[in-house]
Design a protein around this ligand. Structure first.
Ligand SMILES: [Zn+2]
Length: 346
């Protein structure tokens, strides 16, 4: 009898686990499509959020002969779950591989929804961060802690809004934020189960997929994904369509690491934020910005200026022609990072 009870318990536990695995995460509700899948080359798509669901970063989808590779999986379990649902609308091949370009929440917080048989590939540093304290880092900490206030603020604005169209828009924003918050509560940071330190290649039929670490920059472990036959490179936040955040960066090494990117033979960039682009001069513009932000913030620190004050005063407006810069100022989190680097704390 005891044995029978034990077997029954094991069967029940297996059932619970199976249901849990396929379970729809909290916060997936949205209207219309959550993603635009921009076809870049045959079988290569750049997935950009429409705004109906919080997804934050972009992903890239590579459809091979037998399987699908997803590069980055967005800000939450909910976003990754909906991504997989929408991928099914254009291919029934299974997602067997995920690549994390880096550890940041907006690129790796969907990892947990994948079956353990799915390979999640990332730099060794990315694994270490997601295993240890990635959610305690200031970038995510600020993001998550800001959400209740954002929700409160949206509720107040909705109550005060008299224009019906504006009110409806705010209501959508509120729903998107509340859903994101609900999904963040279910977050279990999940590290890559396959790691690399410099380079690895995957071969799928005729397609070659290179995963390369080009040096420290946006973090200590950003990788780019390069398809040599298609001449496409997926750059995460190592190179975006605009400015990347600097909270975990090495701005003094980043420009040199970008030099290695220039040596790769590609014609299209699929960035972690913003639309796909072909203009390689964007690398030069961003390198020039990085060199100047480092020297400008260093100059202010040498004068004894506080990070808060330097964040307001640092003037990079000479780069505004090519980068989204409205006026003087650099985000405080980036300035604090540079101060720590200058102090030799990292
Ligand atoms: Zn990002």
């Amino acid at each position: 009898m005891k044995r029978l009870a034990l077997v029954a318990t094991i069967v029940l536990l297996a059932l619970v686990a199976a249901v849990a695995q396929g379970k729809r995460p909290a916060g997936t509700t949205h209207s219309g499509k959550a993603f635009r899948f921009n076809k870049v080359k045959d079988g290569v798509y750049h997935a950009v959020g429409t705004g109906s669901l919080a997804v934050v970063g972009n992903s890239s989808i590579i459809v091979n002969d037998e399987d699908v590779i997803v590069v980055d999986d967005h800000v939450s379990p909910a976003a990754a779950f909906v991504l997989l649902e929408e991928i099914k609308e254009f291919t029934n091949k299974p997602v067997r591989t995920v690549i994390n370009t880096h550890f940041h929440f907006d690129h790796a917080h969907g990892n947990q929804i994948f079956d353990p048989t799915v390979q999640i590939i990332g730099h060794e540093f990315t694994r270490r961060m997601l295993l240890n304290n990635s959610i305690g880092m200031p970038l995510y900490h600020n993001y998550l802690n800001g959400m209740p206030m954002q929700i409160e603020d949206l509720r107040k604005r909705i109550a005060a809004e008299s224009d019906a169209a504006a009110k409806a828009k705010l209501q959508t924003q509120l729903q998107v934020t509340e859903n994101n918050f609900a999904s963040q509560k279910e977050l279990k940071p999940t590290p890559p189960n396959v790691t690399l330190t410099t380079q690895m290649s995957l071969f799928r039929g005729k397609r070659e997929i290179q995963i390369r670490f080009l040096g420290r920059g946006h973090t200590a472990g950003d990788v780019v994904v390069y398809l040599p036959n298609e001449k496409v490179v997926m750059t995460g936040d190592f190179l975006t369509a605009g400015l990347s955040n600097m909270s975990d960066s090495f701005p003094n090494e980043w420009a040199d690491s970008l030099e290695a990117l220039k040596k790769i033979d590609f014609d299209t960039v699929l960035p972690g934020h913003g639309e796909a682009f072909t203009d390689k001069a964007k690398i030069d513009y961003f390198q020039a910005y990085l060199r100047d932000v480092w020297s400008e913030v260093s100059r202010l620190k040498k004068q004894g200026v506080s990070p808060e004050e330097a964040s307001k005063r640092a003037d990079l407006t000479k780069h505004k022609e090519h980068l989204p810069i409205q006026g003087p100022g650099v985000p405080l989190i980036g300035v604090q990072r540079i101060y720590s680097l200058l102090d030799g704390k990292l």
